[in-house]
Design a protein around this ligand. Structure first.
Ligand code: GRF
Length: 208
């Protein structure tokens, strides 16, 4: 079966990227990461890419006069690498409708909560876990979803529940959720690699 060509976009430390790299290298994920792109030249994700001989590309809007020129460069990198899936792994920038439309149902994101709960523009990183704890819910979790033009809104591919404990802080909760992100992201990508995901009317149907 053909390996899926992945391009990973990340802005931070890259532990989700690392989990995907590890699963590929362990033969558990039928894919290859063609490049890692970050808006942050100092992102740990770029360092992780370099450590695994994966092209590490710093690509920022600040390098271009207009957003359209940024899009053009990003799309050319995606095309050159014959990208099957764009993987957002803690990418803090919004993709333009142009990019999203050209890669419809081929852009994945991971969110550290059970969407649609605790989603939306201000819900990222530790802020998600703060909101979860402040709400008093007893269960949170992880969501891997397709990216469409509405933030944190695309078809949900997989989710997993994680308990919220009485004495949790945002940090302890984040640390409990993160390993499940690492497991779930590769599972979602593998389901897509095996053609087991059918999208109908913005809902995903998994044919295990
Ligand atoms: C993860 O918690 C992910 O859910 C969110 O951003 C964080 C990225 O962490 N989108 P890392 O850079 O993969 O460690």
């Amino acid at each position: 079966m053909k390996k899926l060509n992945l391009i990973v976009l990340a802005s931070g430390g890259g532990t989700n990227l690392q989990a995907i790299i590890d699963n590929i290298e362990a033969g558990k994920l039928n894919a290859q990461i063609k490049a890692v792109i970050s808006n942050n030249s100092k992102a740990g994700a770029l360092e992780r890419a370099r450590n695994h001989n994966i092209p590490a590309i710093h690509l920022s809007h600040k390098q271009f006069v207009t957003p359209e020129e940024f899009d053009e460069k990003l799309l050319s990198i995606l095309r050159e690498n014959e990208t099957d899936l764009v993987i957002l792994a803690g990418y803090m920038k919004i993709l333009s409708p142009t990019v999203i439309r050209q890669y419809k149902n081929r852009i994945l994101n991971i969110h550290p909560a059970l969407l649609p709960s605790f989603g939306g523009a201000s819900m990222y990183g530790i802020h998600v876990h703060e909101a979860v704890i402040n709400s008093g819910v007893k269960v949170t979790g992880v969501t891997v979803h397709l990216v469409d033009e509405v933030y944190d809104h695309g078809a949900i591919i997989v989710q997993k529940c994680v308990p919220v404990l009485n004495d949790d802080t945002p940090e302890t909760l984040q640390q409990r959720v993160l390993p499940h992100e690492h497991e779930l992201y590769s599972k979602a990508i593998q389901l897509l690699a095996e053609g087991k995901v059918e999208i109908k009317e913005n809902k995903a149907y998994i044919r295990e």
